[in-house]
Design a protein around this ligand. Sequence first.
Ligand code: SAH
Length: 224
Amino acid sequence: MTRPADPPGDETNNNAERKMRFLFALRSKGVTEARVLHAMEKVDRGLFVRGLFAERAYEDMPLPIACGQTISQPSVVGLMTQALRLQPRDKVLEVGTGSGYQAAILSHLVRRVYTIDRHRRLVREAEAVFQALHIANITALSGDGSRGLPDQAPFDRIIVTAAAEDTPGPLLAQLKIGGIMVLPVGQSDAVQSLIRVTRLATGYDYEELRPVRFVPLVEGLAND
Ligand code: SAH
């Protein structure tokens, strides 16, 4: 017996429904800023997840990527993006390129994104996706992001997507006055806190935002 063919438009309906569920999950977890939701609607997370897990790309969960790393949970990406209070003219540094998904979201919201990862392979693969998406305002580099990117400093915003025990000093130094940095801080296997650091003329203001769980920030360039 042959199965009747799917009616035309079914695929489109499935995609639309999947997207609606994805956005609904984000909203219900507190991602409410229209600009951020719009950017997350535009960037297809499926392109940043390969292999076995690709079909789970639209679920609100972290997933494994190459080099033993993870692509963050979409709602956490949204909440961190919101916490940065981005302005369209901003120059942003992301430490921890991973899949490139967070950088791609940022690229829709600001003028220029620099993203750095200690795994060259991840940088290469992320760059290929940026090219396929015709994203032209991201510079992806391999290196130890815990030292920041002195050549391009200072930055309006810095986002770190791997957890350090403490806020790395070079990153604090590379933040503009009035600039904002969002990062997870804490022991890698214990509870970490997402914090927002604002650089004031006279020092730094720290706010604790929520508990999170990220892979550790590791010093030095990896071998792959
Ligand atoms: N933002 C990513 C998720 C990153 S996972 C995304 O959207 O997919 C954390 C990443 O931080 C990993 O890829 C890891 O290699 C990287 N990382 C860890 N320590 C680092 C360091 N010192 N410098 C640069 N990248 C680092």
